[in-house]
Write a protein that binds this ligand. Structure first.
Ligand code: ZN
Length: 347
C-alpha cells in the first residue's frame, strides 16, 4: 500500500490534541469582531492533503454587518488567496496538528463524502457530550433541593387528589370537566340572547336573534377539575426518578462528570435519568400550581359570581364568601349543595 501524504508527514502544528473550548471561543470572538476568519492567529492557510481525516470544531458565518466591509473569506481548499465564502467551519487536522477555517461546502468535493461526513459526525457527537455534561453540571447540584421539595409536596398532593375526588363526587365528574372546558380560555362569560331589528334582503322589516356578552370573569387553574392523573402518584414517581440521580454540590458534580462518566454510554444514561427526574418534578409542580391557582380567593370569587348568575348556565355552581375563606359550597343543578372545607395549604 502506498504511503499517503498524511502518513509520512510529521505533526508540525501546535494542536497535537483537540483544542479546548477557550480556543474555539477565541476564534468565534475573532470572527464576530473582525469578520476575517482567514487572518486569525491559528488559521493555517495551506491546502490540506486530500486523504486526511479531520474534525469540525464549529460552524460559523461572517456577520452580516461585516460583509460589506470585509467581503468573503479565502478558503485554504479552493481559494487560498481569493475570497470564497461567508459560511464556514473551523476544522482540526490531528495528523498535521493545525486548524483551518474552510468554506463548509468545499470539504465534500476535496476530501470525499466519507471523510467530510465523518468530520461533521465528530462535531455533533462532541456537541452532544458537552451538552450532556453542561446539563449534569447544572442539574446535579439541584437534586438535593428537588428531593426536599418533592417530599414537602407529597402531603399537599394528597389533599389535591382528595379535594378533586370530593368535587367530582358531590357534583359529577362530567360537570366538572365541562366547567374546565368552558373556562379553558381563561374567562367565563355571561351572555344574553336578544332580538335585534333588521331589514331582510327584500327590504322587509324583521328581527334577528343574537347574543350579547354582558359580563366576563377572568378565571384560571380550571385544569385542576379535569386532571386525570393522581398528583400523589406523580409525587411518588418524582421521588423515584430523583432517587436514581446522584445529588452533588458543584465541585462533586464536576468531579463525577469529568472523572467517572468518562464513557459516553454512562454519560448519556446519567443525562437521561437526570432529565427524566427534572421533567417529573416539573409535572408535579405544574399540578400543584394549577390547584393552588384554582383555590386562590380571587379565582373562587370569580367562579362564584359567574356560576351563581342564573344566566350563566354553569354546570357546577360554586359559592364562595371571602369572609369565610376556609370553605366553599358546591352543587350541580340537580343536586343540593355541599360544603367543602379547604385545607390550610390552599388558603
Ligand atoms: Zn473552499
Amino acid at each position: 500500500m502506498p504511503k499517503s501524504t498524511a502518513q509520512i508527514q510529521a505533526v508540525s502544528g501546535p494542536f497535537t490534541s483537540r483544542p479546548g473550548k477557550h480556543i474555539i471561543d477565541e476564534f468565534k470572538a475573532h470572527v464576530a469582531e473582525t469578520g476575517r476568519p482567514d487572518v486569525w492567529r491559528y488559521h493555517d492557510p495551506s491546502k490540506p492533503p486530500q486523504d486526511q481525516d479531520f474534525e469540525e470544531l464549529c460552524r460559523f458565518s461572517i456577520p452580516e454587518k461585516k460583509r460589506m466591509d470585509v467581503g468573503m473569506a479565502s478558503c485554504p481548499i479552493c481559494s487560498p488567496i481569493s475570497p470564497k465564502y461567508f459560511d464556514g467551519a473551523l476544522t482540526w487536522f490531528p495528523k498535521e496538528g493545525v486548524l483551518r477555517a474552510i468554506g463548509h461546502e468545499c470539504a465534500k468535493a476535496h476530501f470525499g463524502a466519507a471523510i467530510a461526513n465523518a468530520a461533521v459526525a465528530k462535531r455533533k457527537h462532541r456537541e452532544a457530550i458537552e451538552h450532556a455534561q453542561d446539563f449534569l453540571l447544572e442539574t446535579l447540584p439541584q437534586i438535593a433541593g428537588a428531593r426536599e421539595e418533592t417530599s414537602a409536596l407529597e402531603p399537599i398532593a394528597q389533599k389535591i387528589d382528595l379535594l378533586r375526588q370530593t368535587l367530582w363526587t358531590k357534583t359529577s365528574k362530567l360537570a366538572c370537566e365541562k366547567l374546565a372546558r368552558i373556562g379553558a380560555r381563561g374567562y367565563l362569560a355571561i351572555e344574553v340572547a336578544e332580538e335585534v331589528a333588521a331589514v331582510d334582503s327584500y327590504g322587509k322589516e324583521t328581527t334577528r336573534r343574537s347574543t350579547r356578552v354582558v359580563a366576563t370573569y377572568s378565571v384560571s387553574g380550571l385544569g385542576f377539575l379535569r386532571q386525570r392523573f393522581s398528583v400523589v402518584g406523580q409525587a411518588r414517581n418524582t421521588a423515584l426518578a430523583l432517587s436514581k440521580v446522584r445529588a452533588a454540590d458543584p465541585d462533586a458534580a464536576l468531579e463525577f462528570v469529568t472523572s467517572e462518566l468518562t464513557q459516553d454510554d454512562y454519560l448519556f444514561q446519567a443525562e437521561h435519568l437526570a432529565r427524566s427526574a427534572i421533567n417529573e418534578l416539573a409535572k408535579l409542580r405544574q399540578a400543584v400550581v394549577e390547584a393552588r391557582t384554582f383555590f386562590a380567593p380571587g379565582n373562587l370569587l370569580a367562579l362564584s359570581d359567574w356560576s351563581n348568575d342564573y344566566r350563566s348556565g354553569a354546570p357546577v355552581i360554586i359559592t364562595f364568601d371571602p369572609r369565610f375563606p376556609a370553605r366553599i359550597s358546591i352543587r350541580c343543578s340537580k343536586r343540593s349543595a355541599s360544603t367543602i372545607p379547604l385545607p390550610d395549604c390552599f388558603r
